[in-house]
Design a protein around this ligand. Structure first.
Ligand code: NAD
Length: 356
């Protein structure tokens, strides 16, 4: 198993170092190789995604990604900005399925802004299609209105589109994931208003027939947004399109209240994946040994589960994370009085000890 490690900027190096140590401690035959990405790559090679980094990512079976970005790059032309590296990797590797679990650990239940009884025990997976929909559909642009009450004015327009194959492949990823979890899948659409979404719903229902062991349902996106804060525990796996997923996955991530705890995966058709915490490069705390490495460590667990089919090792990492939380270890972002405040390195070491 070959893993490309792309630490990136800000806290990226600190958090990926801890996750790599955890991966290595499992005793698997796993090789890692590091390359610069984002602002770090712009500084060293004049490009946020240099060819050498892209080649490494292409050759690897999976990618562990830290985070990119920083205020010093904000004035660069768009093509040179660190964030282009993430978009470039998604495009070049065909990463169409974005998986975002939201888990509320019993010790951190108070970090949520929702009542403990609403979120305690939450274990939800949002699956967002990442390469289609209105974000990429053509035509798009700004044109002049020809007639009617707004004639002569500018109008903006975009195109929502999905091909059947794009819908069915994300559904298959969703049903396969549901099989490994609570065996329930809810497809979220807006079929009552949008043609594209009626097709989405029809294809989802057809794919569902191939997975009789998974309970299938569908819901309109406006209702789903409401249900996520009313009773999020009704969901196991939610599968949705790019735009609705963008919004719902951020909403779901905040149910847990702790950004430093949340992993993610982006997969392609051959199960190659890019695994990264959902948070950014946190320049305000970079280099201070303050960052929470658990989201990145949990991303490494997802890598073992989804790219390497190693459920046992993924489970070992997740159990170790639960154990350190139960033991009271907390980085500053999840600290509460009465618990043991530690830095990035100490948190990583605590996970290694719990693994052993
Ligand atoms: P951010 O997620 O970096 O930080 C938001 C807040 O959360 C900050 O106060 C930060 O200190 C804190 N935080 C984030 N991760 C943490 C961790 N692991 N432990 C403890 N605290 C943590 O978001 P931002 O400040 O809006 O963005 C900073 C930079 O990151 C920007 O350049 C942005 O473009 C970039 N960004 C990159 C990615 C990515 O690489 N995928 C994602 C989001 C933002």
């Amino acid at each position: 198993m070959k893993v490309a490690v792309l630490p990136g900027d800000g806290i990226g190096q600190e958090i990926t170092t801890q996750a790599v140590a955890v991966l290595k401690a499992l005793g698997l035959s796993l090789e890692t190789e590091e390359a610069p990405v984002g602002g770090a790559a712009y500084d060293s090679a004049g490009d946020p995604l240099p060819q050498a980094t892209l080649n490494l990512a292409r050759d690897a079976d999976a990618i562990l990604f830290g985070a990119v970005g920083g205020w010093q790059y904000d004035k660069l032309p768009r093509a040179k900005r660190p964030e282009q590296a993430v978009l470039g990797l998604r495009r070049e590797l065909g990463l169409f399925a974005n998986l975002r679990p939201s888990i509320v650990y019993p010790e951190l239940v108070n970090a949520s802004t929702l009542k403990p009884e609403v979120v305690s025990g939450l274990d939800l997976l949002i699956l967002r299609e990442l390469t289609g929909d209105i974000y990429f559909g053509q035509p798009r642009g700004v044109r002049t209105v020809e007639s009617g009450p707004f004639a002569g004015q500018r109008e903006g327009f975009d195109t929502m589109r999905y091909a059947e194959g794009e819908i069915s492949r994300i559904m298959h990823v969703g049903f396969a994931a549901a099989r490994k979890r609570g065996k329930r899948l809810c497809s979220v659409d807006k079929a009552n208003v949008l043609e594209t979404m009626q097709l989405w719903k029809d294809v989802a229902a057809a794919v569902a027939l191939e997975y009789p062991d998974v309970e299938y349902s569908s819901m309109y996106v406006d209702n789903a947004a409401m249900q996520l804060v009313r009773n999020p525990k009704q969901f196991d796996v939610i599968v949705t399109g790019n735009m609705f997923g963008d919004i719902l996955s951020d909403e779901a991530s905040m149910l847990t209240g702790s950004i430093g705890m949340q992993p993610s995966a982006s997969l392609n058709a051959s199960k190659k994946g890019l695994y990264e915490p959902i948070h950014g490069s946190a320049p305000d705390i970079a280099g201070k040994d303050l960052a929470n490495p658990l989201a990145t460590i949990l991303s490494a667990a997802m890598m073992l589960r989804y790219s390497f089919d190693d459920e046992a090792s993924a489970g070992r990492i997740e159990a170790a994370v639960r154990k350190v939380l139960a033991q009271g270890y907390r980085t500053a972002d999840i600290f509460e009085p009465g618990t043991n405040k530690v830095g990035t390195r100490q948190m990583g070491e605590a996970v290694l000890k719990a693994l052993a």
